[in-house]
Design a protein around this ligand. Sequence first.
Ligand SMILES: [Fe+2]
Ligand SMILES: [Fe+2]
Length: 297
Amino acid sequence: MKLAHTKTIHFINFENRPLNPNLCQPRKIRFQFDNIPTLWLNNSSVLTHFFNAINLFVPAFERFMVRAMKNQLSCIKNTNIELPIRGLIGQETTHGQTHKKYNRILEAQGYKFKTALIITDFLFTEVLEKYLSDKMCLALIAGFEHLTTIFACIVLESNMLANANPTMRSLWEWHSAEEIEHSGLAFKFLIHLDNRYYIRALGGLLGAAIVVAFILIGMVLLIIQDKSLNNKKILSDLIKLLFTDYKFIPLTVKNFIPYFQVKYYPQSKDLYQYAEKVFQAQSSPRERFDVADFVQN
Ligand SMILES: [Fe+2]
Ligand SMILES: [Fe+2]
C-alpha cells in the first residue's frame, strides 16, 4: 500500500510558482475585479490612466503577438528555445484574456473606447500582418517586449504600485513579473530565425513607437472622459511619472539605446530579482496553503 500526496494550493490572484525562465509556464490566475475604484492608484488620474491605457490595448497587442509567434513556431530548430517560447505564448495569452476582463470593468465605469479597440485590431490584422513580413512582425514583437521589460522593471523597482488598489497592484505586478520571466525570448526567437541587423533595429524602433503612441492615445482618451484634464494635479503627476519620481522617459531612453548596438544580446539574469520578489510575496504567510490529505492508493 502506497501513500500518495495530493496538494491543494490556494492562492489569492495568481499561482505562486517560482520564477523559471527555462519554461515560462503560464500561472493559473483568478482575478476578480470587484469594487475597483475609478482612480485606483494614488487617487491620480495620470497614474491610473497610464496603466488603464496600457490595459485597453494589451488584449489586441497580445493577440497579435500570439498569432505571429505561433505562425513561426514550426521554423524553430532548437528545442532549448522552443519550450520557453511556447511558455511565453501561453503567458501572453493569459495576460490578454485577463486584461480583456478588466476592460469590461472600465466600460462599466462609463469609459468609451470600443472604436479605438476596433481601429487597433484593424491595424494589426489588416495592416501590419498583411503588409509586413513574418520576420518583421517578430522584430516588432521583440521591440514591444524589450520596452515591456523596461516598463516592468521600472514599475517593480520603484514599488510604484505600493498604494494601489490591492487587486490592481496584484494584476500589474503579476504581469510585470512574467514579462521579466520571459524577457529576451522574443529577441532570441527573432535572431534564431533572422539575424539581420536592419530587421531587428527597424522592428525595434517601430515596435517601441507603436507602444508609446498607443499609451499616449489611451491616456488622452481616458483623461478627457474623466474630466480631469483641467485639474492642476495633472501636470505635476505627469512630471512625476515621466521625469522625477518614476523617470519613465530617461530610464526608457537609457535602456532602449543598447538594443540598437550591433552586438546587443539580452541579459535578463540581472532583472530576475524583481520578478522573484513578486512571486515570493505571493507565497508570504498571508497566503494559505492547504496541503491536503494524504490519500491511500
Ligand atoms: Fe504580457
Ligand atoms: Fe511579454
